[in-house]
Ligand binder design. Structure first.
Ligand code: HDD
Length: 722
C-alpha cells in the first residue's frame, strides 16, 4: 500500500516561504518582477463621489480601487501567496472546499460575460473631444453648443445584426453613437451611418430585428441580411425599401469607420434661450470623406481580418491620425404640420436632400484616445435617446418616441439593474443629486434621510431648478387635437419616391454595385416567392435595376405597380465625383527583389501624410508585410518597385495581391520594370488608373492624384461583378 501514500516533501521551508505551503513556481524568465504603476484614470472615468457610513469621503479614484498596490490580492484586498494551485489534501490529493481563493476566482470568471446587446452587439469605440463653433447658439441654448466650448465625448461604432464576435466588414447598417459629457448632463446622439430607418413606428422594431437576425431554427446566417426571413419582411413591409436600398449600396460596406457619415435620423427640436424652436436633422461629416469597400474586399476582409474596422480605428488613433467629423444640422421651421417642401419631417424613412436644406456645420469631433479596457468602456457604455440636455428636445416621430422607452429598459437586463449610470463610462460630468436609491450594484453611499420631495428633514434638499438655473424644461409645443388611433399619417404611405431619388443620384459603378448586391442577397434566398416579391419592389424603384437583378436570378422582370414622377437627383448622395484628403491612406510598396532600397518612395508617401507599408517576399528590416500576410484589402494603392527576377514562376500570392488591387479599382503605379508584374497579374497596363514610370516618386505623384477620388471608378465597368 506504500504507493498510495501521499509523498511528503522533505524540503525545509526557505527564508520567506510559508511552512507547509506548496513551493513557489519560478516565474517565466521574461515575466516582469517589478509591477508597473497603474495607469492614470482618464478625465471621464471619474468615480462617483463616495462617502463612508460615517460621512468621510473615501475619495479613491476608480483605478486605485481596481488596480493598485504591487501585490496580487483577493477581491477584498488580502494578499495572496499562490494563484496557480488549488488547495489540496497533498500535492496529488483532492481539492478542498475551503479554498476560498479558488472559489472566488472561478465564481467571478463564471460570471464574466454579460448579455450582448440585442442589436449593435459588435462595436468599437474611442474617446475624444467635441469643439463647438458656436454657430448653433442662435437656435439652441444647449451650453455645449456655445462658441468654443470643448466637451469630452465617447463614440461607439457598431454593426447591427452580428454577434459580438462577428466580422466587421459585413453588409449592414453601422451604428454611430456619441455620448457628450456636457456640463449640463449627458447628451447622447444615437445615430447610424444611414439617414433613414426600416420602419416608421417603434412597435415594428422587434419584427424587423427578428426578420434580420439569424433564423431561429438553425441560427444562421451570422451578421447577414442575405436570407429568406429578412427579404420576406422587407418586401412585404415596403416602408423598409429606402433603408434596404442604402444597405445594398456601397454605404453598407464602409472602407473605414473613419470614413463614413453619421446621421441622427429623426428630426429633433432645438430650443433657444427665449423658448423659440427650430426643427433639425443632425449629420456627421467625416473629414476624410465617405469611402466604401467593394463587395469582394468586404468578403476577403471578413476572413483574412475580421477585425478590419476595429483595428483600423485603433491603429489610426494610436498613430496620431485622429479621425475627425464635423457635426452639422439641416434646419427647418417648426411649422404646425412639420413638413418641409412636401417631406414629412416626422417620417424617419425620408431624407431631406442636402440640395434643399444644406448641412450647416456647428462643431468638430476629434477622436484622440483608444479605450483602456474594452469591457469597462466599449461594452458597458449605455446610450439612450432620452439623454437630453436643455436646448435639445424630441419630436412626435413615432420611432423616436418608442426609442425613448427602449434604451433604458434594455440596459437594466444587459447591465444588471438600474444603476448603470454610475459605471465610470456612463457617469455624467455634471453633479448628480437624483433621489434614486438602492438597487443592484449601488456604488454610491448616499447621505441624508429624506430622498423624497417635499421634505423638511434634509432641509428641503435637493431643490428643483428653474429655466434660469439650467433646468431641462420640455418645450410647450401644442399637441394636435385628435382621436386615439393605431394609425399613421397618409404622408407615410409613399415608400418608393425617395428610393428612386437615391437610385437616380448614383453614378454608373455605384448602380452596378447595387444591382450586384441585390442579385447576391436575393440569390441567397431559398423561396422563389420571396425573390419574385423582391423584384416587384425593385420594379417600383427602377426598371433597369429590376431587369438586371431579374436576369441574375433567372426570373422574369415584373412591371412597376406605382407611377413615379422622376424626382430631382441629389448629387450629395453619391460617393463618386468628389476629391478627398489623402491623410492616412495606405500605400503598399511591393518589393519583389528583397534587397532593393525603396527609402525614397517610402519617404515620399510619408511626406504626403499617407502610410507606406513595404511588402516583400519574406520579413526583414524595413518590411511591414510579406506575401504571407499582405492582402489587397489593406491598401488604397500599390507601388510596384520592380518585378521578380529569374525564370521561376511568380509567387501566386503576389499575383493575387496585384490582381485583386487591380480588380478593386485601386490606383497602381509601376516603376523599374514593375509593368511586367502588372501584366503577369492580368492588369492591363493601358487601362485607367495604371501608371508606369521611371522613378517611385514620379509615379507616386500620379497615384496620389487618383487616390483623391478614392478609387479608379472607370475601371469597374470593364470588370463587372466585383
Ligand atoms: Fe437602436 C442600440 C441606433 C431604432 C432599440 N440603436 C442602438 C445602437 C445604435 C442604435 C447606434 C447602439 C448603441 C451602442 O453603441 O451601445 N436605433 C438606432 C437608430 C434607430 C434605432 C439610428 C432609428 C432611427 N433602436 C431603434 C428602435 C428601438 C431600438 C426603434 C426599439 C424600439 N437600439 C435599441 C436597443 C439597443 C439599441 C435594443 C440595443 C443595445 C442598446 O440599445 O443599448 O435598445
Amino acid at each position: 500500500m506504500d504507493h498510495l501514500e501521499p509523498k511528503l516533501t522533505s524540503k525545509e521551508p526557505q527564508h520567506g516561504e510559508i511552512p507547509g505551503a506548496p513551493a513557489a513556481v519560478p516565474p517565466p524568465v521574461d515575466e516582469p518582477t517589478e509591477p508597473r504603476e497603474p495607469l492614470p484614470p482618464k478625465p471621464d472615468q471619474r468615480a462617483p463621489e463616495t462617502v463612508s457610513p460615517t460621512g468621510q469621503a473615501t475619495g479613491a479614484p476608480p483605478a486605485a480601487v481596481a488596480q493598485s498596490g504591487a501585490y496580487l490580492t483577493t477581491a477584498h484586498g488580502t494578499r495572496l501567496h499562490d494563484t496557480d494551485h488549488s488547495l489540496k489534501a497533498g500535492p496529488r490529493g483532492p481539492v478542498l472546499l475551503q479554498d476560498h481563493h479558488l472559489r472566488e476566482k472561478i465564481t467571478h470568471f463564471d460570471h464574466e460575460r454579460i448579455p450582448e446587446r440585442v442589436v449593435h452587439a459588435r462595436g468599437s469605440a474611442a474617446h475624444g473631444v467635441f469643439e463647438s463653433y458656436g454657430t448653433a447658439a442662435r437656435i439652441t441654448r444647449a451650453a455645449f453648443l456655445a462658441e468654443g466650448v470643448r466637451t469630452p465625448v465617447f463614440v461607439r461604432f457598431s454593426t447591427v445584426l452580428g454577434s459580438r464576435g462577428s466580422a466587421d466588414t459585413v453588409r449592414d447598417t453601422r451604428g454611430f453613437a456619441t455620448k457628450f459629457y456636457t456640463d449640463e448632463g449627458v447628451f447622447d446622439l444615437v445615430g447610424n451611418n444611414i439617414p433613414v430607418f426600416f420602419i416608421q413606428d417603434a412597435i415594428k422594431f422587434p419584427d424587423v430585428v427578428h426578420a434580420a437576425k439569424p433564423q431561429p431554427d438553425r441560427e444562421i446566417p451570422q451578421a447577414q441580411s442575405a436570407h429568406d426571413t429578412f427579404w420576406d419582411f422587407v418586401t412585404l413591409h415596403t416602408e423598409a425599401t429606402f433603408h434596404t436600398l442604402w444597405n445594398m449600396s456601397d454605404r453598407g460596406i464602409p472602407r473605414s469607420l473613419r470614413m463614413m457619415e453619421g446621421f441622427g435620423v429623426h428630426t429633433f427640436r432645438l430650443v433657444d434661450a427665449e423658448g423659440g424652436t427650430t426643427l433639425v436633422k443632425f449629420h456627421w461629416k467625416p473629414k476624410l470623406g465617405v469611402h466604401s469597400l467593394v463587395w469582394e474586399e468586404a468578403q476577403i476582409a471578413a476572413g483574412v481580418d475580421p477585425d478590419f474596422h476595429r483595428r483600423d480605428l485603433a491603429d489610426a488613433i494610436e498613430a496620431g491620425a485622429h479621425p475627425q467629423w464635423e457635426l452639422g444640422v439641416q434646419t427647418f421651421p417648426d411649422t404646425e404640420d412639420q413638413m418641409f417642401q412636401g417631406i414629412d419631417l416626422l417620417d424617419p424613412t425620408k431624407i431631406v436632400p442636402e440640395e434643399l436644406a444644406p448641412v450647416q456645420p456647428i462643431g468638430l469631433l476629434t477622436l484622440d484616445a483608444n479605450p483602456s479596457n474594452f469591457f469597462a468602456e466599449t461594452e458597458q457604455v449605455a446610450f439612450h435617446v432620452g439623454h437630453l440636455v436643455p436646448g435639445i428636445d424630441v419630436t412626435n416621430d413615432a420611432l423616436m418616441q418608442g426609442r425613448l422607452f427602449s434604451y433604458v429598459d434594455t440596459q437594466i437586463t444587459r447591465l444588471g439593474g438600474p444603476n448603470f449610470p454610475q459605471l465610470p463610462i456612463n457617469r455624467t460630468h455634471a453633479p448628480v443629486n437624483d433621489m434614486l436609491r438602492d438597487g443592484m450594484h449601488q456604488t454610491a453611499v448616499h447621505r441624508g434621510v429624506a430622498p423624497y420631495r417635499p421634505n423638511s428633514l434634509d432641509g428641503g434638499c435637493p431643490f428643483v431648478a428653474g429655466a434660469g438655473d439650467g433646468a431641462y424644461i420640455e418645450s410647450p409645443v401644442p399637441v394636435p387635437e385628435s382621436r386615439k388611433v393605431r394609425d399613421a399619417a397618409a404622408s407615410f404611405d409613399d415608400h418608393f419616391s425617395q428610393a428612386r431619388l437615391f437610385w437616380l443620384s448614383m453614378s454608373e459603378p455605384e448602380r452596378e454595385h447595387i444591382a450586384a448586391a441585390y442579385s447576391f442577397e436575393l440569390g441567397k434566398c431559398y423561396e422563389k416567392a420571396i425573390k419574385e416579391r423582391g423584384l416587384r419592389v425593385l420594379a417600383n424603384i427602377d426598371g433597369e435595376l429590376c431587369r438586371t437583378v431579374a436576369e441574375a436570378l433567372g426570373l422574369p422582370a415584373p412591371e412597376p405597380t406605382v407611377e413615379l414622377a422622376d424626382p430631382q437627383p441629389s448629387p450629395a448622395l453619391s460617393q463618386v465625383g468628389r476629391t478627398w484628403p489623402l491623410d492616412g491612406r495606405i500605400v503598399g510598396i511591393v518589393v519583389p527583389d528583397a534587397g532593393k532600397d525603396v527609402a525614397d518612395a517610402r519617404q515620399a508617401v510619408l511626406d504626403m501624410d499617407m502610410v507606406p507599408l513595404v511588402v516583400a517576399p519574406t520579413g526583414g528590416d524595413g518590411v511591414q508585410r510579406t506575401y504571407a500576410t499582405a492582402r489587397s484589402i489593406e491598401f488604397d494603392a500599390l507601388l510596384l518597385a520592380g518585378s521578380p527576377s529569374g525564370d521561376a514562376p511568380v509567387d501566386a500570392r503576389l499575383l493575387t495581391l496585384v490582381g485583386e488591387a487591380y480588380r478593386h479599382g485601386k490606383a497602381l503605379g509601376a516603376y523599374d520594370g514593375g509593368d511586367a508584374l502588372l501584366a503577369a497579374a492580368g492588369a492591363q497596363t493601358s487601362s485607367a488608373g495604371v501608371i508606369s514610370g521611371d522613378s517611385g516618386t514620379g509615379v507616386l505623384g500620379q497615384v496620389a492624384e487618383l487616390l483623391g477620388s478614392h478609387r479608379v471608378w472607370d475601371r469597374f465597368s470593364a470588370h463587372p461583378g466585383v
